[in-house]
Ligand binder design. Structure first.
Ligand code: GAL
Length: 818
């Protein structure tokens, strides 16, 4: 165990001339992430908060940490005998994989030593949690510092008075109740913990707000307001470009109470947008009687958002509709422990699909995810709650709503408000408070808190009880009425609500399993099969949900729809509808990508529509149907071209053209009568002048012969956290993908990378992610390697019975590569 040493450098306060900028100024502020040197115990004893308790047998862990992800999967965890009201159920039944069938319930303790080497008499020390799952109680040297129940919330404590010179014991107790979630919530200190030391005269934590109230091509106004602690009389400001060029400077001593404000101007500003996510940096230095006492730095973007009945949503004066996806907080096989590389992989995949927005369903996102959205150019609806005062699950957030909702919302906004990517707040998702007048008041109350903290962004709520919210006025008082599904009620809601627009805050919820195709090919609601999989013909949904076309039509035909947020970008742990009652089934089927992050067919349907820069020409199903010879095996093509011709073994099956008058032929090209025969499926796409412009071919594969390994990133940083995702595909002798191969594989990793996890995307698999063995699911799985903190090369070796052993090399370099 590395012992964490916290060094207090006694800082002689440097006297700076108030008008100079000085990059070398050591501000008296120090921020350390408490990652290493933690001990963890699953169990409970009040003595655990005390230094006297011996923890030498506790597990050594580093933060971020998810104590439940190593399983094992077992239906006994959080087995729920419930009727899911939101799904229209009336009679309770056994729901086995609802929260992922992983051991997240119970109490866990974390402890860590903090050594203070100098006097704290002139200092203030804050301990900040970006998220701890859940019901956190924090102790220092056996004394309770405070508590914070909501597992997704950000919070901090001033711990100065609890600390002493020398060793200090930080102890954190977490407790997860059964029936406290509708999905896998995870368990543990799964986001970063910060130890922040400042002078007593300092910028307030999360107290600086940067907005851009005026923007033109020539000039932008940057308004900066800081809340201050102690006795600060002046703040200096420097704005720099991404390349470090200073573009604006200023100073202010205009104080009202404990806030100080200024306006700066940036000439010829580069605006932030998904297409050009330009970020500026602002450095603020605080002075007390001519002495610099604190310094902070923030990134921000210059951009303007507007929502009007006339023009819908505009970013920087340009009308656009959200091409969004909802994302849950888990990272598939990594569980909920945040990892920047894993988050980036997800977001980059969504971006490449053409998405320009995400909704953080149904809670506060990680800070790292917001930083990445700023950098990559993804707009964000940052959400807060899945429950208000009325319960959805027995031990959900309703237990805390009265005491904590205002605090949690304030912390959300104060912590995230400077991220240009955030274009809307969400006060809740399908809260049962949609019914009745109390709920309307509650909605208004929460919306007002958002407004007080941030008057620049509107607030939405994802509503599923559309008839009720039309009646009660709930929908009418929201800045942005968000509809979850209920496409048949959009028109009526648009007419009844006063805003003049609607948002598809949650759409589709089509279900599919990667590489699984069922016959006959028909539209179904709540269709179940004996293998607990759903068909990738993308025609299956839940009773409340729909296939993608139903949203596309509204988006395309109704100017007053602001856009959509598809449920979901990736499969997530828990909520295995339509197999909530079947075991084993422990993760969702809703994802555009599976739990391993491998695109399902639907990825290409969205890409064909959203990514207008790249060609999409995707054929489904696969063509290995031994035993179906002569049987009807429809072929779909997802493409951005309007017309294409299909050939089976060189024989034309005719041309198809997208038909705007037909619900099912408007966005996909379909050949419904194809008879299966082994061989080649080829599609030729035509442009609107009838010229053949692109083609694609898939073949019936022979016997599995060897493995193909493809890394998403072959160079990692030597930071002990970076990840490479290696997709392993089973192929035949000629290299054709074997789409039905379910072959047990084993993995060995050597050198400068460690084996992290594996995932095959099968929602019914009970193999554990951290074990170095797993069966391929429909020919594929993904192995994740993690860099060590030394440079070098890592090698992954993959073995499977009867297959040639395969290897791939990953370089690990000193410099950042992410
Ligand atoms: C919605 C809900 C989501 C998820 C989804 C599944 O009603 O907001 O959290 O449960 O249904 O279709």
């Amino acid at each position: 165990m590395k012992k964490f040493i916290y060094l207090f450098i006694f800082l002689p306060i440097i006297v700076l001339s108030q008008n100079t900028s000085d990059d070398t100024f050591n501000s008296g502020r120090q921020e350390v992430l408490l990652k290493e040197g933690w001990k963890f115990f699953k169990g409970d004893h009040y003595n655990f908060s005390q230094g006297s308790y011996d923890d030498k047998d506790w597990e050594s862990v580093s933060i971020p940490h998810d104590w439940a992800i190593k399983g094992p999967f077992d239906k006994k965890y959080d087995l729920q005998q419930v009727a899911i009201f939101q799904d229209g159920e009336k009679v309770p039944t056994e729901k086995s994989g609802r929260t992922g069938a992983l051991p997240y319930i119970g109490t866990g303790w974390y402890r860590k030593n903090i050594t203070i080497e100098n006097s704290l008499s002139e200092k203030k020390v804050l301990l900040q949690f970006d998220g701890a799952m859940s019901e956190a109680q924090v102790y220092i040297n056996g004394q309770k510092v405070g508590e914070h129940p909501y597992g997704y919330a950000y919070f901090f404590f001033d711990i100065t008075k609890f600390l002493k010179e020398g060793d200090n014991l930080l102890a954190v107790r977490l407790h997860n109740q059964p029936k406290s979630s509708r999905w896998y919530p995870g368990a543990g200190i799964y986001r970063n913990v910060h130890l922040i030391t400042t002078n007593k005269d300092a910028f307030q934590q999360w107290g600086t707000t940067i907005t851009t109230p005026f923007i033109s091509q020539k000039k932008a106004e940057v308004d900066v307001t800081s809340e201050l602690e102690g006795d600060i009389d002046q703040v200096n400001y420097i704005i720099s470009t991404a390349d470090g060029e200073i573009v604006s400077e200023g100073a202010s001593s205009l104080k009202f109470g404990n806030t100080i404000n200024t306006q700066l101007s940036v000439e010829n500003p580069q605006l932030w947008s998904p297409e050009s996510p330009y970020l500026y940096t602002i450095k603020l230095t605080a002075f007390r009687q001519g002495q610099a006492v604190d310094q902070i730095e923030k990134t921000f973007g210059i951009r303007e958002i507007k929502y009007t009945a006339e023009r819908g949503f505009e970013l920087n004066g340009q009308q656009r509709k959200f091409k969004g996806v909802c994302l849950h907080h888990d990272l598939g096989p990594l569980g909920i422990a945040i990892n920047r590389a894993a988050l980036k992989r997800q977001l980059v995949m969504m971006k490449n699909m053409g998405a320009d927005a995400i909704r953080t369903a149904h809670n506060m996102p990680s800070i790292e995810q917001m930083e990445l959205c700023d950098e990559l150019g993804l707009m964000v609806i940052a959400e807060s709650f899945d429950e208000w005062k009325k319960p959805k699950v027995k031990n959900g957030y309703h237990r805390f709503f009265d005491d904590w909702a205002a605090i949690d919302v304030k912390n959300l906004v104060r912590r995230l408000k400077n991220h240009p990517s955030i274009v809307m707040w969400s006060a809740g998702n399908e809260v049962p408070d949609q019914y009745g007048s109390e709920g309307v008041k509650r909605a208004l109350w929460l919306q007002n808190i958002f407004h007080e903290e941030d008057p620049t962004r509107p607030v939405t709520v994802g509503m599923d009880q559309v008839k009720a919210v039309m009646e009660s006025g709930f929908g009418a008082i929201l800045d942005i009425p968000g509809l979850n599904y209920r496409t048949h009620l959009y028109q009526e809601a648009y007419e009844k609500f006063p805003q003049g627009y609607l948002l598809g805050s949650e759409t589709a919820s089509t279900v599919s399993s990667r590489g699984v195709y069922k016959f006959p090919v028909k539209e179904y609601k709540k269709k179940k099969y004996s293998d607990f999989q759903s068909s990738s013909y993308d025609y299956e949904a839940c009773p409340w949900s729909n296939i993608p076309e139903d949203d596309f039509i509204l988006q395309d035909d109704q100017p007053w729809v602001l856009g959509e947020f598809v449920w979901t970008g990736f499969d997530y742990l828990g909520e295995p509808s339509p197999y909530n009652e079947e075991w084993p089934s422990r993760s969702s089927y809703f994802g555009i990508c599976d739990l391993a992050g491998i695109p399902k067919d639907r990825y290409y349907l969205y890409k064909s529509r959203w990514n207008t820069e790249e060609e999409t020409l995707h054929i489904l199903p696969h063509w290995n149907w031994e035993g179906r010879e002569g049987e009807t095996t429809p072929v779909f093509v997802y493409t951005n071209y309007n017309t294409a011709e299909l050939f089976i073994n060189g024989v034309s099956q005719g041309k198809r053209t997208k038909d705007v008058t037909s619900r099912l032929d408007r966005y996909r090209l379909r050949w419904m009568d194809v008879k299966y025969e082994a061989g080649t499926v080829k599609v030729v796409a035509y442009d609107d002048n009838g010229q053949a412009v692109a083609e694609k071919e898939i073949k019936t594969a022979g016997q599995p012969h060897h493995l193909k390994l493809e890394a998403d990133r072959s160079i990692l940083s030597a930071d002990g956290e970076d990840l490479s995702y290696v997709t392993v595909s089973v192929v035949d002798k000629e290299g054709n993908f074997c789409p039905t191969a379910n072959i047990p594989l084993s993995f060995k990793v050597k050198g400068a990378t460690d084996y992290k996890v594996v995932c095959n995307g099968d929602a019914t698999s009970l193999e554990m992610f951290h074990e170095p063995t797993m069966k391929t699911f429909n020919g594929k799985l993904v192995v994740t390697l993690q860099s060590q903190d030394i440079a070098g090369k890592g090698i992954l070796e993959v073995k499977g019975k009867g297959l040639k052993t395969a290897q791939i090399e990953i370089k690990v370099k000193e410099q950042p590569t992410l």
